[in-house]
Ligand binder design. Structure first.
Ligand code: NAD
Length: 366
């Protein structure tokens, strides 16, 4: 298969973890005989330095022509007080919008080797395996009217939670199609006891669910969901929710994994004629200026994002599973970075990438 991939390492540890993710991607492509076409572009602070723009036109063109984009992270402290359109984070919003990636997928799973790093008791965290599907381009973050007006006692702020039926339908289909490949259960999260917006959400999700009779649907109010995520996280398979609720719940889910450096994410939009889903893949963490350039960053979130890319954009399940298994083996071996608090000396970022490649072997088929 031809894998047409754009990499955007970005800033800080984004560069270090992307180097390791690309190392793993090249290795697995070689192992399974895929043709890898790699381009690299500028995004974030480095793009501002080189072009004056956090999301240069050239990057935009490269992204529009790639099947999948692998991002590191953006953000540099020197831009903390810069105007909004000259901040690295503007690049992130720019690429998400350009690619129209409307579904953000965050797999959350516990690894046996990291159970003690989770704030939950081992018996609660052990065996957690869910995926949170967050609607990414609608709701409160984009709705209008919005803004702050007036002054003194008259000053007021408005944001609007807006969803259209097609926006809810497309992300719901995405969640049900994912569930079909997993344990066939979707939990839709809303606040329909209070918000009209959520009432429409619940009604449309229920209607779409009728097209997937093999998948079970249940509904949870968001406050109850926040509680269930820590009381009984194993009850969840696919969690489907709107933008704001998903933003909050996915960070809550993140603590189950033990370190922010572990978490991959995938944002998915339309399908190419080749069958590939246009996708933006990135670790959940930021550019971590406090450890940047020290070869200390955990690259497993970025490497997990490669596994997600192989699965969602290219449908290469065997290759994705091989990367996930290699990650598990390396975690069990204790060759991990300092954030995971290994018993011995911590491994460097590059050593973890090398260990994953050394562990990755193509299974011998009978
Ligand atoms: P951060 O995720 O960069 O760092 C938070 C803490 O976690 C830091 O102590 C850091 O050292 C640690 N950490 C993060 N990733 C790690 C890894 N892979 N291995 C080991 N430790 C890791 O969040 P922040 O400090 O709030 O933000 C720093 C910059 O990143 C800001 O400019 C912010 O805007 C940007 N940011 C970018 C993205 C993105 O590009 N998607 C996401 C979040 C934050």
């Amino acid at each position: 298969m031809k894998l047409n991939v754009l990499t955007l390492p970005g800033d800080g540890i984004g560069i270090e973890v992307t180097t390791e993710a690309v190392k793993v991607l090249k290795h697995i492509a070689g192992l399974y005989g895929h043709e890898l076409s790699l381009n690299e572009g500028l995004l974030g602070g480095i793009a501002i330095h080189k072009t004056g723009n956090p999301f240069p036109d050239e990057t935009r063109e490269l992204a529009l022509h790639a099947d999948a984009t692998l991002m590191g992270a953006v953000g540099l402290p020197e831009f903390d007080n810069a105007p909004p359109d000259k901040r690295p984070e503007r690049g992130l919003l720019g690429i998400r919008k350009t690619l129209e990636v409307y579904a953000n997928l965050r797999p959350v799973r516990s690894y046996k080797a990291l159970l003690d790093s989770s704030p939950l008791k081992n018996h609660l965290a052990d065996g957690v395996d869910m995926i949170i599907v967050r609607e990414l381009t609608g709701g409160l973050y984009y709705g209008t009217p919005r803004g702050i007006s007036g002054s003194g006692a008259e000053e007021r702020a408005v944001n609007s939670m807006v969803y259209t039926r097609p926006e809810i339908e497309r992300v719901t289909h995405m969640a049900f199609q994912l569930a079909r490949k997993r344990r066939k259960k979707v939990t839709s999260v809303d606040k329909s006891n209070v918000l009209e917006n959520s009432q429409l959400w619940r009604r449309v999700v229920t209607e779409v669910a009728r097209e997937y009779p093999d998948v079970t649907l249940d509904h949870l109010l968001v406050d109850n969901c926040a509680m269930q995520l820590v009381l009984n996280p194993k009850r969840f398979d696919v969690v489907l929710t709107e933008n704001l609720f998903g933003d909050i719940l996915s960070d809550e889910g993140a603590v189950l994994a033990g370190s922010i450096g572990m978490l991959p994410s995938a944002s998915i939009g339309s399908q190419r004629p080749s069958g590939a889903w246009v996708g933006l893949y990135e670790p959940v963490h930021g550019s971590a200026p406090d450890i940047a350039g020290q070869n200390k960053a955990n690259p497993l979130g970025a490497i997990g994002s490669v596994a997600a890319m192989l699965e969602y954009s290219f449908g290469l399940m065997e290759e994705a599973n091989a990367v996930n298994r290699a990650m598990e083996e390396v975690l069990n071996s204790g060759r991990v970075t300092a954030d995971l608090k290994p018993a011995g000396a911590p491994a460097t970022t590059a050593e973890v990438g090398d260990a994953i490649c050394a562990t990755l072997v193509r299974p011998v088929t009978a």
